[in-house]
Design a protein. Structure first.
Lengths: 186, 514
């Protein structure tokens, strides 16, 4: 009986560890992008990404990163341009308020380096993207940093342009505090 | 040393090859112009093409309905006679008028004589300067002979004392008439050195000339002319109808306020007077008019735009309102429209084609502003500040329409037209309250800003320095070109206003190289 109880306890602990979701800290996380316009790089950002991360190096199959950000938070340093980017020709924020990323799978490439496959949804287009990222830990805080590139035209962001590049470089930094984790038993 | 000689020879050979190839290209172009052509001239007033030519107005129910194809082609065609220069009284050659009276009328446009591209362009140039009015629609012989007129208007003359905005016409021997309303009247610019630039943003003070002419007119005439030109009675509290029912003094004051470089042509406004468009480079633009009223899909559209502007839109029906219709409601018989508005005849198809060819052939003058380290810095600022998004090289416009504040883009417009879906916050009145107002403003090309001005669609700002002067946003600002009478902020297009002085100067220096 005792052995059965100990086994159940361990299963419970392992299960709890694998399913501990941590909320992304919106104010401390960031999403930046760079795009070439007439040969010069324009820097921009989206602010206050939200979501949850459940990431266990030893159990990548059960890990997940789900994040979203409001497209209307875009900023490029020129207010009128931002207003235009929120409009119908670009992000159409009133109609498509959220940009979302949902992980599908992960693989480990070195101790702290991983590659995730995500469903990235912008406007009404969902496409799979591969995102190489690192994970670092300081105390209870975990930082996920990833970079990838996408073709804005794949997501109907603007149109072909003589000056604006199709390719956009995205840098994402998501921070979670595992003190805020919630264990889900299922 | 031998290596240096070899290098020099290679460089010289390369330079020679480039020069020879440039000469060949020039000669090739000139040779092509001399080849006989058999032009396929579009039908101007084709019902289907006319139907899709113009954008709807901001208030779609009042969108202009042009006269029918049948009506149009029942109007008589214009005959193009030889014209002669007009001089300031102090510069007119002795005995000139008497000499003119001895001249036989001479028809100078005959499509049968036009064989080559160059012939068509040259013929188009004659039509460009051909007056479609000899009744004094804007300018009278009395004014030309009155030295006070020149003092009142400060009208520019060429270095030879020629008044380049009008021509004398002889349609009958012994009768010399002062001609008005040629394309060249508004699209001729006298430069500071007295030279002439055809097709540029013109600087004839047309509305000041009208103000001068109306001083001796009865009030009811002043009101009638103003209403026919500008009223848009479907607009709520139509400011133009209100102006047209104002006192003669108030109306004259409004005309007199319009600066050179702006022009209240029919259907536009003297309360929000549009900049005269620069026709140089128009071939590369997709919309006509500040509000983008006309589409420019091919040379046929260019011909349609000319025909409408010269001056068939007086006969348009705007939700039943016909500006020069009988009782503003009934279309006159073809060719019987009230005289003085140039809507009683039309250009022939060949004339319109030649005119369009001439307009397409216009090229800018040699730009004296050369590249330098400062302009290169300005170019970088131009890109980094995002100017390049709307003013995209090489035409320096993205050829799109921006909705004005207060105008909601209708759903079906997104697929039909080239919409840049954000307002730049400039005054919306021109495009919301005039007969040509679509609710949009066309994003203008920056080509040739070095020889142009005033700037902004209502010609408020005399110079590029004024455009980038942040003081223009303040309520106590006095606009440097068009002044509506009071101090007012010139809002909108607030790009570049926070630049340092050094960067601002560099940006302006760059813009002057375009």
């Amino acid at each position: 009986m005792l052995r059965v109880s100990v086994l159940i306890f361990y299963v419970f602990i392992l299960s709890a560890k694998a399913t501990a979701q941590s909320p992304i800290l919106p104010a401390e996380s960031s999403i930046m992008f760079k795009i070439k316009n007439a040969g010069f790089t324009v820097d921009g950002s989206f602010s206050k990404p939200e979501g949850t991360i459940l990431f266990d190096v030893k159990n990548l199959a059960e890990s997940s990163i789900n994040a979203s950000v409001e497209s209307a938070t875009i900023q490029t340093g020129i207010e009128r341009r931002d207003r235009h980017l929120r409009g119908r020709e670009y992000f159409d924020s009133p109609k498509y308020p959220k940009i979302t990323m949902q992980s599908k799978s992960f693989r480990q490439v070195s101790k702290n380096r991983f590659v995730g496959v995500f469903d990235l949804t912008i406007r009404d287009v969902t496409k799979q993207v591969e995102v190489p990222f690192t994970v670092s830990k300081k105390g209870m805080r975990k930082t996920f940093k990833g970079d990838f590139q996408l073709n804005r035209l794949d997501y109907n962001i603007g149109e072909t342009s003589m000056v604006l590049s199709d390719d956009v470089h995205i840098s994402i930094e998501l921070i979670v505090d595992e003190k805020g984790s919630s264990a889900i038993l299922n | 040393m031998r290596t240096n000689h070899k290098s020099l020879i290679v460089v010289l050979l390369l330079v020679s090859a480039i020069i020879i190839s440039m000469i060949n290209v020039k000669e090739g172009t000139e040779a092509a112009m001399r080849v006989a052509i058999d032009p396929d001239i579009p039908r101007t007033w084709d019902s289907a093409a006319m139907h899709s030519f113009e954008l709807p107005l901001a208030d779609a129910k009042a969108s202009p309905r042009a006269v029918s194809e049948d009506y149009y082609y029942r109007m008589p065609e214009r005959t193009i006679y030889k014209t002669y220069p007009v001089y300031h009284p102090d510069h007119e050659p002795k005995g000139y008028r008497e000499w003119l009276k001895q001249q036989e009328p001479e028809i100078v446009f005959d499509a049968k004589n036009l064989k080559t591209e160059a012939d068509w362009i040259e013929a188009g140039k004659l039509i460009f300067d051909y007056p479609i009015d000899t009744l004094g629609a804007i300018l009278s012989q009395g004014q030309i002979d009155d030295r006070e007129y020149y003092k009142y208007t400060k009208v520019r003359l060429t270095k030879d004392g020629v008044f380049p905005y009008a021509r004398y016409v002889i349609t009958k021997k012994g009768e010399v008439k002062l001609g008005n309303l040629s394309c060249g009247m508004c699209h001729t610019r006298v430069m500071n050195d007295g030279s002439i630039l055809k097709g540029a943003q013109g600087n004839f003070p047309g509305d000041l000339t009208t103000a001068h002419a109306l001083q001796n007119a009865p009030e009811r005439v002043t009101q009638f002319v103003t209403r026919a030109l500008f009223a848009a009675p479907w607009v709520k509290n139509d400011p133009h109808s209100l102006l047209a029912s104002s006192s003669k003094e108030a109306i004259i004051k409004a005309y007199a306020a319009v600066p050179e470089g702006a022009n209240g042509r029919q259907g536009t406004s003297i309360l929000f007077p549009p900049q005269v468009p620069d026709l140089i480079g128009v071939k590369d633009r997709k919309y006509f008019d500040h509000g983008g009223l006309g589409r420019h899909r091919d040379i046929g559209d260019m011909m349609r735009y000319i025909a409408i502007n010269q001056a068939l839109d007086f006969l348009n029906s705007y939700d039943g309102y016909i500006p020069i219709g009988q009782n503003e409601k009934v279309l006159p018989e073809p060719g019987k429209a009230r005289r003085g508005f140039a809507a009683d005849d039309r250009y022939s198809e060949e004339q319109l084609y030649a005119l369009a060819k001439f307009v397409y052939s216009l090229t800018p003058p040699v730009n004296p502003n050369k590249s330098s380290a400062i302009t290169e810095r300005g170019k970088t600022i131009f890109i980094k500040e995002g100017c390049v998004t709307c003013h995209t090289p090489p035409v320096f416009t993205n050829n799109k329409l921006t909705p004005a504040d207060g105008f909601e883009v209708p759903e079906d417009h997104w697929d039909k037209y080239d919409i840049f879906g954000v307002s730049v916050g400039t005054d919306p009145n021109y495009t919301l309250t005039t007969r040509r107002g679509t609710g949009y403003y066309k994003i203008p090309s920056l080509r040739g800003v070095w020889y142009r001005g005033p700037f902004f669609h209502n010609a408020w700002l005399a110079t590029l320095e004024d455009v980038f002067d942040p003081r223009r946003l303040k309520e106590d600002y006095t606009p440097t070109a068009f002044k509506s009478g009071e101090k007012q902020a010139v809002r909108g297009h607030e790009f570049g206003l926070t630049l340092s002085e050094k960067d601002r100067k560099a940006l302006i220096a760059y813009l002057r190289t375009l």
